[in-house]
Ligand binder design. Structure first.
Ligand code: EPZ
Length: 436
C-alpha cells in the first residue's frame, strides 16, 4: 500500500476548496434506491467510501455513472436485496441501505457491518427503530434477514442520538403509511442534507437539525437532484493543519457554523479565524496554546471526528489540554504514533492528557483509522524532519486530493507507491516496451 513522505515545518499559505461531505453523500446515495428513476447527486467527492457505496448500488441492480463530481444513480431496477458480506465489511455505513432497501422492496439481508476500528460498532438502535416501523429481523448465520410487507408510521424514541440510526429511520419512514416522528434524533448537518435530498424526491420531511424529525410517509416519490454540503471534518482538518504548521489559508466552501466548537478551540489556542458565507480564513503564527477540556459530543458539541485531528495540532504546541472522548471507546489510535514523534500524551480511559511539545520529530507513523490517519499528517506537517505515514487506505476513505492540496499550500508531502505497485507498473512498462 502507498505511503506519504512528509518533511515538516513548511508554513501553509494559499486557498483550498472543500469537497463534498462523505458523511452526507453516503446516506443520500443509499436514498437513491427509494425510487424507480435516475437521481443526480452533485458535489459528490472522489473517495473510496463513495466508490464502495457505488459498488453496493450496482450490486443491487442500479446503473451508476460518475462525471466531474456528479454521480447519477438509475435505480429503476432493483434486482437484489442481499448486500454481500464483502461489501458490508468494507465500510460500516453500508448499514444505511437497510431502511431504503426495505422501503423499496419489503426486505433486505445484510451481514454485520464492518468499518473503522473505533470500538464496538453495534446497530441495535438501527434495528430498534426499524422494528418500531414494523420490520421483522431474523438472524441467519452471519446474516440478518429483514422483512416488512408494509411499514407503518410510528413515534421512534432513540436511546441515543445516533447519526446512522436517525438516517435509517428517515429513509424507511418515507415509505411507511402514516406519520413517523423521530425523537432524540441526531442533529448533525449531514442529517439536514439528507432531508434536503429526500425533499428533492418529493418526500415530506421536517425538523432535521433539531432533535425531532417528522416524516409524512406514503407519498409517491420521484428521482431527486441535490448538491452535497461541503465536508465539515475535512474543513476542520485543513484548519488544524494550518494551526499546527502556521500560515494563512482560505478554505473555500467551509461553513464555520458546522464546526463552531473546533473554530472556538483553535481561536482559544491562538489562531485568527474570519469567515463569510463562502469561505473561512484561518491564520496561525505561533505554537498553539493549551485550551479548556475538550468533550466530544453529538452535534452541536465538539465533533468526535475532529478529536484526533485537533489533538495532533495541540500536541505540536505549548501548554496542556485534556480530551474526553465520549462517543467511541477506541478513538485514540493516533496516540502511539504521536508519541513516537515525541508527543507527551497520557491516556486514561476516555481521557487523554496532552502536554504540547513544539519540537516534535518526524518518525515512522501508521494510520489505523480515517481521522487518526489525518491526525498523523497534521503532526508530520509541524514536526522537524521526515515522517513516513502508512495506512493510506484509511485516509483515502475520506479525503480527496489531500496531498495535492497540501502541496499547493506549500507542504513538502509526497505519495509513494508501494513497491508492489511500482513493480507492477514497471513490469507493465517493460512488457509494453518489449511490445508485449
Ligand atoms: C457517523 O457514524 C459518522 N459516519 C461517523 O464518522 C461519526 O464519527 C459518527 O456518526 C458520530 O458523529 C457516517 O456518517 C458515515 P453513531 P455512525 O450511530 O452513524 C453507538 C468518520 O470518521 N451506537 O452516531 O456509525 C456507536 O457505537 C466517521 O467520518 C450504538 O450503540 O455513528 C457510537 O458509540 C467515523 N448502537 C455512538 O453510538 C447503534 O445502533 C455514535 O454512533 C448505533 C450507534
Amino acid at each position: 500500500m502507498d505511503s506519504y513522505l512528509v518533511n515538516g515545518k513548511n508554513p501553509l499559505n494559499g486557498s483550498v476548496s472543500i469537497h463534498g461531505a462523505k458523511n452526507s453523500v453516503l446516506p443520500i446515495l443509499a436514498g437513491t434506491i427509494l425510487v424507480k428513476g435516475k437521481s443526480v447527486i452533485r458535489n459528490c467527492p472522489n473517495l473510496s467510501d463513495v466508490f464502495a457505496t457505488a459498488r453496493i448500488l450496482e450490486h443491487l441492480g442500479c446503473v451508476v455513472s460518475w462525471e466531474d463530481s456528479v454521480m447519477t444513480v438509475d435505480a429503476t431496477d432493483i434486482t437484489e436485496t442481499k448486500i454481500p458480506e464483502s461489501l458490508m465489511q468494507e465500510m460500516r455505513s453500508s448499514v444505511l441501505f437497510l431502511g431504503a432497501l426495505i422501503a423499496r422492496t419489503g426486505e433486505a439481508t445484510i451481514s454485520c457491518p464492518g468499518g473503522c476500528e473505533l470500538g464496538p460498532r453495534p446497530i441495535d438502535l438501527h434495528v430498534k427503530s426499524l422494528k418500531r416501523l414494523g420490520v421483522t429481523f431474523e438472524e441467519d448465520g452471519d446474516n440478518i434477514r429483514c422483512k416488512a410487507r408494509q411499514m407503518y408510521g410510528r413515534k421512534i424514541m432513540l436511546d441515543f442520538p445516533s447519526v446512522g440510526a436517525t438516517e435509517n429511520a428517515m429513509l424507511a419512514a418515507c415509505s411507511a403509511k402514516g406519520n413517523t416522528i423521530i425523537c432524540n434524533a441526531a442533529r448533525e448537518p449531514e442529517i439536514v442534507d439528507l432531508q434536503g435530498f429526500l425533499r428533492s424526491m418529493g418526500a415530506k420531511v421536517w425538523g432535521a437539525g433539531s432533535n425531532t424529525i417528522l416524516i409524512e410517509g406514503g407519498h409517491l416519490l420521484h428521482a431527486g437532484e441535490y448538491s452535497v454540503m461541503p465536508d465539515r471534518i475535512v474543513t476542520a482538518t485543513y484548519m488544524s493543519a494550518v494551526a499546527a504548521a502556521t500560515g494563512e489559508v482560505e478554505l473555500i466552501g467551509g461553513d464555520l457554523q458546522t464546526i463552531a466548537p473546533v473554530a472556538a478551540t483553535l481561536i482559544e489556542a491562538g489562531c485568527q479565524i474570519q469567515s463569510d458565507r463562502k469561505k473561512i480564513c484561518i491564520e496561525s503564527k505561533f505554537p498553539l496554546k493549551g485550551v479548556r477540556p475538550i468533550y466530544t459530543a453529538p452535534y452541536p458539541g465538539f465533533p468526535t471526528d475532529a478529536q484526533p485531528i485537533v489533538m495532533s495540532a495541540l500536541a505540536c504546541g505549548v501548554g496542556s489540554t485534556v480530551f474526553i472522548e465520549s462517543i467511541f471507546t477506541n478513538r485514540y489510535s493516533q496516540v502511539d504514533s504521536l508519541r513516537r514523534m515525541g508527543a507527551a500524551i497520557q491516556v486514561d480511559g476516555k481521557k487523554a492528557h496532552v502536554n504540547g511539545n513544539p519540537f516534535l520529530k518526524g518518525a515512522q507513523l501508521e494510520a489505523y483509522d480515517l481521522r487518526g490517519g489525518a491526525a498523523l499528517i497534521v503532526a508530520a506537517l509541524s514536526a522537524e524532519g521526515e515522517s513516513e505515514i502508512t495506512g493510506l487506505q484509511f485516509i483515502d476513505r475520506g479525503y480527496e486530493k489531500l496531498e495535492e492540496n497540501l502541496q499547493f499550500l506549500g507542504a513538502d508531502i509526497k505519495r509513494i507507491k508501494s513497491e508492489a505497485e511500482v513493480n507492477a507498473l514497471f513490469d507493465l512498462d517493460v512488457v509494453k516496451a518489449l511490445g508485449g
